[in-house]
Each structure stands twice: as structure tokens, then as C-alpha cells.
Design a protein around this ligand. Structure first.
Ligand code: HDE
Length: 708
């Protein structure tokens, strides 16, 4: 039998990649043929002022390579950021699956993760209102397993057939290619308003989940129901969850739009810096396991990707932790060339008949043929399995493997019958023996017709500020739609979710409420019925609220890796700076000194400090909180700085913690802040840092807004 060169669970993917890594330190420049180059600044010419000679193979090689540097970006999820890490299992799922990386708690499985937005092009802003991709490649000893998920647990559509339509509608409009990385335009809402099945998903996309504070502070979901299969061949349904150790946090919409201008790489930079600083992002992997006998127990169909399984009905069991601990060496080679596919399985995990998943199983390898230029993309270092690949696939563009021997077919006798097949007991993949007894049909199950039950459950589970943000997001997006009929249809859709929400949005759009809500159906919907009858339903859910769907209850109090701006100027109170530095470092947070210029600042006690940034090169939206140290001279100088006043006003408007020394009144009175939660002006640094740990004080939004 062909032997794998890897030691199960032990081999480091990093070591594997190093074989393909070059480092030019102390090296001599060469051509692609290994010829040492003597002059890389001048082309070969016929005399000093003469024409360039065609024979200059060094120039031609360099420019030809440059001409072909770009490859097609991903059609969706083009904008992404990646990182390497490890997954450590701490609870065995042996009872449910034979997937070894989910059974053996002594293993550490290398991973590569790529986070992405969906709609924008490769260079678009990180802070677009959008779903985030959360794709994880596990380099297991049994082969690569990809969990290609999102940060939202449901999807827009139920059937793969509608995916190109959905994506065409959200992408920039085809005549003028406007707008970039935004759903607030006619074609998207036209499509959504005609596709009631997307209602649950758009509730999430209009919520703050679509504008995360950090990629490190968002959940991940496998979305579809998958299947676990144990060594006895028994199956269970499973939903996968990633829970961020830092909690789930978002920014304000006004802030997101401003970040897009001030630092459109905000998420990418945040992830990169956290890893460089050793603040390794972590997520716990959770599973919801549903026995096969419970397939039809709930008010929704497990195969319908517009539905989630509320955690209150089936708890999420935490089984392991993923830590991202290494930035890629080269963005293109790794983050751009990585390819994921939901079809990359290991024994012990299998598909279900979710019709969206079924379509995805085809799409991901297909798209690489045009993106990566041929069928050998699995040989690119970041895509390689830790196992050596033996099969009879041959040739094709950019074949890197040198396959020895004469036989490239099976069965063969010339090659001694190699490579051999693996029995299931030896790790050979066998598909779950699901019973299928059906007639061919182009249609949908009636059990997929509840388009509003879970949309309402989501809205009803949000805190008041979260509901307000959803109302504002719908109002914003739909006010950008120019077609009146589309706005009206969307208000009608919202009527079926929540009347108060629909009224609010209608009010903002200057529309009357035209339609009554459809009645709520009681109990589970039958799985049979006319498959051509798509009239949407609203089905009463098993629970009325699901607290797990709200971010309000997410973990608070952690300020590690948060970035606090401290406004400094000549005369700043040095004692406060020292105390702040000590207290924030003790909690793993960072402070950045912001001054009117990059020149050295003299503190009140004559010390010299170097500012990190200036009021003119950074912005309040890039910080989690602000502190204003005292010192009479400094306070007077800040009071005369419009940018400093604006900085604090914006922190107030975006509901962030504001701290100040007692003697800063002359400055604080110039700002538009009002007293309230999260504003500590008596110099109590402990209380200020506690406030930072609360993330935001959204209640402030109901009061008067600061003119920022
Ligand atoms: Fe994808 N999706 N998708 N998708 N998707 C791609 O694959 C597709 C869907 C997701 O960082 C593409 O390599 C179809 C759901 C992520 O490289 C493409 C359908 C979910 C990423 C594709 C879906 C996802 C992709 C584009 C409906 C969440 C980025 C380039 C049937 C569970 C992965 C590529 C990365 C990327 C097709 C729906 C997640 C075109 C046809 C649902 C995270 O193949």
C-alpha cells in the first residue's frame, strides 16, 4: 500500500509550507532560470541613448511576469484576510463521529482561516454592511476538511439555482458599476422584495452583525445542517458554531461608514496586528447535535438553510478551541490562492440534502479552474494536504508532482495494482448510506415555506437598541432605492415580520402601511403538499425568544487588545499617563498617544514623550475609547483644538467610554458630551477601564446626538 509520509496529528503544516518559502536575506538576485543578475536597473540598449534591444531576456522575463501577476478575484468573497493557526480538541465526539480530529483530544490540527466580505471587490472596504465569510481549512491527517461558513447562521436563498441571481443583484449595477461593496441599491432590494425566503437573512444583515468591530469578535457558523457518522455507520445531524473568546461586538453604522474612509483596511489591520503582537485570536468550536429521530420535531426543516436551530432548543456543546497564531508570509501565495470547498470532507462527516449545500458542492472546485488556471490548484502549498497524494490524476496546467512509473490507470498489473484502495476501517471514505426513494422533481418541499417565523423570532430576541439599529438600517438602505414599487414591497414584507418595525420604516420612507400581516400558522408545517405552491407562510416557532441571537448578552468586561486614544499636548499630566499605561497594560489593552503634531510633547513634569499618531492623521472611529489627561496648560491647549473637540464628540456619538481627569472641565465643556453611563470625568481610571469593557453604551443614542 502507498504509505503516507505524515505522522497522524503530529506533522506541522507550518514545517510543510517552509519547504516552499524563500527568504531573500543575504541572497543574490537571479532570473527565473537561476542566472545571477548583474544589473537590475537598466535595460540593454544600443548605446547610451539608443533603443532597447529585443535580446534583453532579463527585461523581457521581468516584464512578462509582471504582465501576468493578476488572477481573477473570487466572484464572491473577493476581499479577504487570512491567518494560520491550530485547532485543539478538548472533548471527544467519538460517540457521534469517526472523524479522527474530532475524536482524539491529544491532537493539534493545523488550520488556515480566511475571513471575507461577500459583495465587494478585492480592494473594497472592510466595513461594508455585509455578511462575513468564515472559512476554515483543517489540515487533518485524514485529508483536508473545510468548514466554509459565514458569520451569520442562515442564508438568503434555499436553492442553489438562485445563487447567481442573488449575487448579480447585490453586485454593483451592470450599467454604471455603482455602488461598490454596498447592498443599498435598487437591484438588491428588487430581488429581495420578490424573494420572501430571504427575509430571515436580511434581518441579520440589517443588524449590527453585518458591521463587526473586529474579525476576532464575530461568531462563525457552518450554516447548513451537516451529518456526523460514527464508526458503526450511525448518523446524527450537526450544526457547527465558532464562538469568539473576546465576545461578539459591533460598531455603529455611522462609525462603519467613516471607518471605510479613514482606514478601509481596518479589519485586516486589526487581525494582522493582533497576531503580530502575540494576542492570538481564539474561537471555541461548538456543535449542536440532533439525533436522526428528531429530524421532523421542530417548526422548521433542518434542510432549509434559511433556518437556524435555536440554542435554547438544542444547546451548543463546546468541543475545542482554534487559535490563530501566525500571519501569512505572502498574501497572494496564501490568502489569495487558498481554495476552500464544502466538498472537502473526511470520514465521519457527510452532507445532507440541503439544496443550497448540494449546489455548493459543485461550485467551489469549478470556480478555481478559471481563478487558479487549471486542475492542479490542490498542489499550491497552502492548499496541499499534509498527506502525500497518490492517484491516477495526471498532467494539466502547472503540474508540480513528478509521478513515477508507467501505470496511471486502475485496475493495473504493471504498477503492481498501486495505488491501492483503502477499506473503510483503514480510513477509506464511504458515503453515508442514506435511503433515497423518490420521484424526480423540480420544486421545493412545503416544509420550506415558512419565510417569516424565524425572521420574527430574530427581531423579537433583540435588545431595544439592537431593534433600533435594525429599523435604522432598513430605513437607510431602502431610502437609497429609487424604485417606489421596491420600497413598497419591502415594507409589505416587514409587515409580516413585525408591525412596529414596518411602521417605523414606512414612516422614514414616507409610505403608508398598505398590507395586513399574513396570519400565523400554528404547529409544524407538513412536509408534503404541492411543491409548486410557494406562497409564503409565517409559522409559530417552538420558542418566542432566543437570547442567544442577541449580542447584548455577549461577554463583557474583556478589554484585552482594545485600543484607547489618549489626547496629549504640552503640559499633559504625566502621572495620569503613567497610571493609564500601567492599568491598560495589566489588562492587555493598548493606548495610543494622539497629539496635534508628531513632535515631542513635554509633560507637566518636564518629561518628553513621543506621540503615536496625530489629530490630523487618525480618527476617533479607529479607537474603542478616549481618555483626556489633565494639566492646566494642556487642557487650555486642547480646548483651542477643534479636532480634539470633534474627537470626543464622535466618541460620545458612537457610545464609547470617555474618561477624563478632574481638571479637564475647560476642555470637556467645549464638547457636546452629556453626562451618562460610560462617561467618567473624575479621573477614576479603574472605572473608566470597566466602562471600556462594556464595549458600547447604546442607550445614549436615544438622547440628543452630538454634532459629530
Ligand atoms: Fe460560497 N462561494 N456559494 N457560500 N462561499 C464561494 O468559491 C457558492 C454560500 C462562502 O475565503 C466561491 O472559491 C454557491 C453559503 C465563503 O475563499 C464560489 C452558493 C455560504 C466563501 C461560491 C454559495 C458560503 C465562498 C467564490 C449557493 C456559507 C469564501 C470563490 C449554492 C455557508 C471562501 C470560491 C474563501 C466562496 C459559490 C453559498 C460561504 C463562487 C454556488 C450558504 C466563506 O464557488
Amino acid at each position: 500500500m502507498a504509505k503516507s509520509t505524515s505522522t497522524p496529528g503530529k506533522k506541522s503544516k507550518s514545517a510543510d509550507l517552509l519547504k516552499f518559502t524563500t527568504d531573500a536575506t543575504n541572497a543574490t538576485i537571479t532570473t527565473d532560470q537561476g542566472l545571477k543578475i548583474n544589473d537590475d536597473h537598466n535595460s540593454l540598449k544600443a548605446g547610451e541613448r539608443g533603443g532597447t534591444l529585443l535580446e534583453d531576456m532579463i527585461l523581457r522575463e521581468k516584464i512578462t511576469h509582471f504582465d501576468h501577476e493578476r488572477i481573477p478575484e473570487r466572484i464572491v468573497h473577493a476581499r479577504g484576510s487570512g491567518a494560520h493557526g491550530i485547532f485543539k480538541l478538548n472533548r471527544s465526539l467519538k460517540e457521534f463521529t469517526k472523524a479522527a480530529f474530532l475524536c482524539d483530544t491529544s491532537r493539534e490540527t493545523p488550520v488556515f482561516v480566511r475571513f471575507s466580505t461577500v459583495a465587494g471587490s478585492r480592494g473594497s472596504t472592510d466595513l461594508a454592511r455585509d455578511v462575513r465569510g468564515f472559512a476554515v481549512k483543517f489540515y487533518t491527517a485524514e485529508g483536508n476538511y473545510d468548514l466554509v461558513g459565514n458569520n451569520i447562521p442562515v442564508f438568503f436563498i434555499q436553492d442553489a439555482m438562485k445563487f447567481p441571481d442573488l449575487i448579480h443583484s447585490v453586485k454593483p449595477e451592470p450599467d454604471n458599476e455603482i455602488p461598490q461593496a454596498a447592498s443599498a441599491h435598487d437591484t438588491f432590494w428588487d430581488f429581495i422584495s420578490l424573494m420572501p425566503e430571504s427575509t430571515h437573512m436580511v434581518m441579520w444583515v440589517m443588524s449590527d452583525r453585518a458591521i463587526p468591530r473586529s474579525l476576532r469578535m464575530m461568531e462563525g457558523f457552518g450554516v447548513h445542517t451537516f451529518r456526523l457518522v460514527n464508526d458503526k455507520g450511525q448518523g446524527s445531524f450537526v450544526k457547527f458554531h465558532w464562538k469568539p473568546v473576546l465576545g461578539i461586538h459591533s460598531v455603529a453604522w455611522d462609525e462603519a461608514q467613516k471607518i471605510s474612509g479613514k482606514d478601509s483596511d481596518f479589519h485586516r489591520r486589526d487581525l494582522w496586528e493582533a497576531i503580530e503582537e502575540g494576542n492570538y485570536p481564539e474561537w471555541e468550536l461548538g456543535v449542536q447535535i440532533i439525533p436522526e429521530k428528531d429530524e421532523h420535531k421542530y417548526a422548521f426543516d433542518l434542510l432549509d438553510p434559511t433556518k437556524l436551530v435555536p440554542e435554547e432548543l438544542v444547546p451548543v456543546q463546546i468541543i475545542g478551541k482554534m487559535t490563530l497564531n501566525r500571519n501569512p508570509d505572502n498574501f497572494f501565495a496564501e490568502t489569495e490562492q487558498v481554495m476552500f470547498s464544502p466538498a472537502h470532507l473526511v470520514p465521519g462527516i457527510d452532507f445532507t440534502n440541503d439544496p443550497l449545500l448540494q449546489g455548493r458542492l459543485f461550485s467551489y472546485t469549478d470556480t478555481q479552474l478559471s481563478r487558479l488556471g487549471g486542475p492542479n490548484f490542490h498542489q499550491i502549498p497552502v492548499n496541499r494536504s499534509v498527506n502525500t497524494i497518490y492517484n491516477n490524476q495526471r498532467d494539466g496546467h502547472m503540474q508540480m508532482q513528478i509521478n513515477k512509473g508507467k501505470s496511471s490507470y486502475s485496475p493495473n498489473s504493471i504498477g503492481g495494482g498501486c495505488p491501492f484502495l483503502a477499506k473503510a476501517a483503514e480510513g477509506g471514505f464511504t458515503s453515508y448510506a442514506e435511503r433515497i426513494d423518490a420521484r424526480k422533481i423540480r420544486g421545493r418541499s412545503k416544509s420550506f415555506r415558512d419565510h417569516f417565523g424565524q425572521a420574527a423570532l430574530f427581531y423579537d430576541s433583540q435588545s431595544e437598541p439592537e431593534q433600533q439599529h435594525i429599523k435604522d438600517a432598513f430605513s437607510f438602505e431602502l431610502s437609497k432605492v429609487t424604485a417606489p414599487a421596491v420600497r413598497e414591497r419591502m415594507v409589505n414584507t416587514l409587515t409580516n415580520v413585525n408591525l412596529e418595525l414596518a411602521k417605523y420604516v414606512a414612516g422614514k420612507l414616507g409610505l403608508p402601511l398598505l398590507q395586513k400581516a399574513i396570519p400565523v400558522e400554528n404547529g409544524a408545517i407538513p412536509a408534503d403538499g404541492n411543491p409548486k405552491d410557494y406562497a409564503p407562510l409565517k409559522v409559530k416557532q417552538d420558542i418566542e425568544q432566543s437570547p442567544a441571537l442577541s449580542m447584548a448578552g455577549s461577554k463583557k468586561g474583556i478589554i484585552a487588545t482594545r485600543c484607547i486614544a489618549v489626547l496629549v499636548v504640552n503640559g499633559t499630566n504625566a502621572a495620569t499617563l503613567r497610571e493609564l499605561q500601567k492599568a491598560t497594560a495589566a489588562k492587555g489593552a493598548k493606548i495610543k498617544l494622539i497629539a496635534p503634531t508628531l513632535g515631542v510633547v513635554k509633560t507637566a513634569d518636564g518629561k518628553q514623550i513621543q506621540p503615536d499618531e496625530t489629530l490630523f492623521n487618525t480618527a476617533s472611529v479607529l479607537f474603542d475609547a478616549v481618555y483626556i489627561p489633565g494639566g492646566k496648560m494642556a487642557v487650555d491647549a486642547l480646548a483651542a483644538e477643534p479636532d480634539a473637540i470633534h474627537f470626543v464628540n464622535e466618541q460620545f456619538r458612537h457610545c464609547k467610554a470617555i474618561g477624563a481627569d478632574k481638571d479637564t472641565a475647560a476642555f470637556m465643556e467645549k464638547t457636546s458630551y452629556h453626562d451618562g453611563e460610560g462617561i467618567i470625568t473624575d479621573g477614576n481610571i479603574k472605572q473608566f477601564l470597566n466602562a471600556v469593557g462594556q464595549h458600547r453604551f447604546w442607550e445614549r443614542e436615544t438622547g440628543r446626538k452630538a454634532p459629530a
